[in-house]
Structures are given as C-alpha cells and as structure tokens.
Ligand binder design. Structure first.
Ligand code: NAD
Length: 492
C-alpha cells in the first residue's frame, strides 16, 4: 500500500517555540528550513531569543516546583503518559507526513515505526514510575538506612536531526516520567514535528511548562540553555565534538550531570563460518544504507575474513546498486536524501580524498542523480583502505562503507577496536563460542551477533564507549539517570 503524500499540501504554523503550554513566536533571527528531498525552502524557523531561553527555563522550573507533576500520585502520572502515547498513535496521519517532510526518513518507515515507537517509548518509561525507586540498606539493627529517588528539576535536552521524533522521545520520556520538567532544543534542521508532541502532551493532561521547546542554533540557543543555573541535568545526542563542548559548558556552569550519546564508526565483522552469506550481506548493506547512513550506529566499517571476502563483497555491490533514491514522500524510494547540501559536500569530500589517496570505489563514489534538486548520495563501497585512512577513522554519516580483509579472529578484533569510537559492533558467525568471545573482545556499548540494529526491546539500554558517549538512553539506566538518589539514615 502506498503511503506517499504531496509535500506542498502540508502547512507549517508560524510560531515554533513552545513555552507554558502554548506555541510562542521566537523573537530572534529567522532561518530558512529546507526540504532535503528537493532543496525547497518550505518554512521559516523563528528562533528563540536569549530572553526566551531564560523564560523557558524559568517556566519549566516553576512547573517543576508548583505544577504538582513531580509530586503527583504515581498512577496519575502514568495515566497521563499513557494517554499522551495514545494521542500520538492516533495522530499518525498528521504527524507522519510532518516528520517525513523536512527529514531524511521515508514516510513508509515513519508510519511503520517512528511514530508508534516514540509513543511506545513514552509508555515504556511510564511503567517505571511506581516500580523503581530507592532501596533499604542493610545496616546495624538500631538504624534504618534507605535511599529515596528525586528528580533533578529542570532537564535540558538537545536533539539531533537524524531521527527527530525518536531521538527526542528517548530524552523526553524518561525525564518526564521521573518527575522532571524538560526544556528541549530540537535540531534547527528538523524543528517542527516535535512541537506536535508537546501539543498532544497538554491535551493528555501534562501540566503546562513541564515540556517546553526552544528553537534555534546550537551556539545561540543550545549553549545558553545548558549553561542555565536552574538546569539540573543535561542530556544530549549529537556529534562527539558538540558533546565535548556541552560537557565543558556544564563543567563551567555547574558542574551538572550530563548524558552524551555521540558519534560512531561501528565495525561489522563477517567470519567465514557465517551460515548464510546472502542473508548476512543483506543485513550488512542495510546497516549502512538505513536513513542513508545517517544513523549513529551505522555499520560503516566492514571487516571480512579473506577466504569469503570476494563473494561477500559481490553481494554488497549488488545490494547497493539495487537502491532507488527518492524523496521521503515517495514510499517506493529505498534510500532517502542526505540532510543538507553542506553535509553532502562533507561526505563527498571525504570520499574524494579517499579515492585520491588510493582507495577504490567498488560501488558509488559520487552523488546520486535525483529527479529533483535534493541531496542524494550513492551507496558507496570503498576498498584499498587502511586502518589509518581518514574514511576508516572518521564518522562520515552517509551511505559509505569501507571494506578491509582479515585472516585471524584476533586480527578482526584488533582492527575493530582500533578506533576512538565505541558505539556498536556487529559480528556474523555460526560459532557460538566465537560469538561469546567477540562480545567480550569488542570495545563497544552494544554488540549485535547475527543481526545489526536495535530491536523494539526498550529495556536494553543504548550508549557508547570511548568517544561515543557517556551514560545510556533507553532501559532502566536511562530512567535512573533522570533521578538523583538521596540517603536517609535514621537512628532509634
Ligand atoms: P550536532 O552535534 O551538529 O548537533 C546536535 C544538536 O546540538 C543540534 O540540536 C545542534 O543545534 C546542537 N548544538 C550544536 N552546538 C551546540 C552547543 N555548543 N551547545 C548546545 N547545543 C549545540 O549533531 P547532528 O549533526 O545534529 O547529528 C549527527 C550526529 O549525532 C552524528 O555524529 C551522530 O553519530 C550523532 N548521533 C548519536 C546518537 C547516539 O545515540 N549515540 C544518535 C543519533 C545521532
């Protein structure tokens, strides 16, 4: 069934900030927002002024102190969050095209996953509200020692553009479930769909001010937000460079706790005992072409055992060449656009430098022809690269896969771990003992065996090692990261 839509039929409201339960027009500069699928200037973003960032945080703090959300009966809080999730599901016909319009996600994927998954994430974190809290400690018998969990107050969240609704839901849901208020700054490239979530939260009964949104660029809006003295915790998803700047800002103005979900350069290791090379090739190809490679956990480094390498590489080339690029509103497209022309130039620059220094493009290697003016890149497979090549070391954030060969198992782990990143890793093998050795040996926050990518099991946390981040999204850990623990010791 086709879910395509006409992008010109979608209207974007003029005011894009959300403070105190309603849309507010930003008072700072305006910025054009383009559709990556065709480069069309479809809306203008009204950025928040410094005074409005201040207002949003103060309002959020006021809601934390006085709205009753943090102190509400846990079951009442759960009911509001469940109602909110139901409203999101019911808003599919409005929300899905809005998300697809200005992002890189195809409408079919958004309808099949992003909207319902974001709603389910809200339900998932609501379930912790009356089930997870402090603990009674074992002390000497004349005392009672226990911990109580309390919200931080105002949580500042900064989101990236690559999956706008889902990445924001990962931040908003645990923070609000835990009783905090939140001020979110979405990416300036994909600012609009998330406002709908805030409107639905109010409709569900979330008190005004518990979820505020300020819009604009990182340096002008994100930086003062994370530095604000009333912000008790910061949670960020984005590049490693921005994450480090945010951590420094938090140290200078707090210190305050930070959760950082950052970049990656994740390996996919294919051993020669992999049972089904066709199936594995489909998994490996999808892991770097999903969302045109603009996924933090994109499997961007293929490490393949030398005696199956040629046949495996042929399968990857076939899979790459079968892709049909197309706009996000065409549900038949199999690969979407790159978020912006500057980002496409960055990807192409890295590919051209790799080719100039001896790499070979076995597939792709240039921008993809597109019927409109959109920013599309051909799925690219680069061979003749080494572990110190820029294209192997640095995150490209596009549909570009490098391939290197290995002969021994330990060599594969050494190559996989030779990276400043440690977000995820994939291993394909038919040998259970090897699979277990790999999960121990690989320096990554997540190791997938004979699959690549998350399941819908939100109980499994996600987060990076090394320069891929600090702390976790999802799982019990993300809920607990939005609470601080107070100790009580009573003597009698
Ligand atoms: P980015 O770092 O450029 O921007 C992310 C957000 O930070 C945006 O909202 C931006 O406006 C804001 N920002 C920029 N400078 C800031 C500052 N000084 N202070 C406060 N906020 C600031 O990242 P991006 O290009 O939007 O997203 C792509 C990156 O995100 C990739 O590196 C990708 O790997 C990473 N990512 C990681 C995960 C994960 O879970 N680990 C998930 C998705 C994306």
């Amino acid at each position: 069934m086709s879910h395509g839509f006409d992008p010109d039929m979608i209207r974007i409201a003029a005011s894009s900030n959300f403070i105190g339960g309603r849309r507010i027009m930003g008072h700072a500069a305006k910025r054009p927002v383009l559709r990556p699928s065709d480069g069309f200037h479809y809306a203008t973003l009204d950025c928040a002024s410094a005074a409005q960032v201040e207002e949003a945080v103060n309002d959020s703090y006021n809601a934390y102190r006085h709205s009753g959300w943090a102190k509400a009966d846990p079951r009442d809080r759960m009911r509001v969050m469940r109602r909110w999730a139901d409203l999101i599901d019911a808003d599919m016909d409005h929300l899905a095209p809005l998300e697809a319009l200005g992002s890189t996600r195809n409408i079919a994927e958004i309808r099949a996953w992003d909207v319902n998954y974001s709603a389910e994430c809200i339900r998932f974190f609501a379930e912790f509200i009356d089930k997870v809290g402090g603990e009674v400690a074992t002390t000497t018998p004349n005392k009672l020692g226990f911990t109580i969990t309390e919200p931080y107050g105002v949580v500042a969240a900064i989101a990236p553009w690559n999956l706008p609704l889902v990445m924001s839901a990962w931040k908003i849901a645990p923070a609000i479930a835990a009783g905090n208020s939140i001020v979110l700054k979405p990416s300036e490239l994909t600012p609009f769909s998330i406002i709908r979530l805030a409107e639905l939260a109010i409709e569900a009964g979330l008190p005004k001010g518990v979820f505020n949104i300020v819009q604009g660029e990182g340096y002008a809006v994100g930086d003062p937000l994370v530095r604000h003295p009333l912000v008790g915790k910061v949670t960020f998803t984005g590049s490693t460079r921005t994450g480090a700047a945010i951590m420094a800002a938090c140290a200078e103005t707090g210190p305050k706790p930070v959760t950082l979900e950052l970049g990656g350069k994740s390996p996919q290791i294919v051993f020669n005992d992999t049972a089904d090379l066709d199936k594995t090739a489909a998994i490996v190809a999808k892991a770097i072409t999903l969302n045109a490679g603009q996924v933090c956990v994109a499997g961007s480094r293929l490490l393949v055992q030398d005696n199956v390498a040629d046949q495996f590489i042929d399968r990857i080339i076939t899979a790459f060449k079968a892709h049909r690029p197309g706009p996000t509103w065409n549900s038949d497209a199999t690969i979407g656009p790159i978020i912006s022309e500057p980002q496409l130039d960055r990807i192409d620059g890295m590919v051209q430098r790799a080719l100039a220094s001896g790499a070979e493009a076995l597939s792709g290697g240039s921008r993809a022809p597109s019927p409109q003016q959109g920013s599309f890149y051909s799925p690219t497979l680069l061979s003749n690269v080494t572990s110190d090549s820029e294209c192997v070391r640095d995150e490209i954030f596009g549909p570009v896969l490098t391939v290197q060969r290995f002969s021994e198992e330990d060599e594969a782990y050494a190559m996989a771990n030779d990276s400043r990143y440690g977000l995820a890793a994939g291993v394909h093998t038919g040998d259970l003992a090897r699979a277990l050795r790999a999960t121990r040996a690989l320096e990554a926050g997540t190791v997938w065996v004979n699959r690549y990518g998350r399941s819908n099991d939100m109980i499994l946390p996600t987060g990076g090692f090394k320069q891929s981040g600090i702390g976790k999204d999802l799982g019990r850990e993300a809920y607990m990261a939005n609470l601080k623990s107070k100790v009580a010791l009573i003597e009698f």
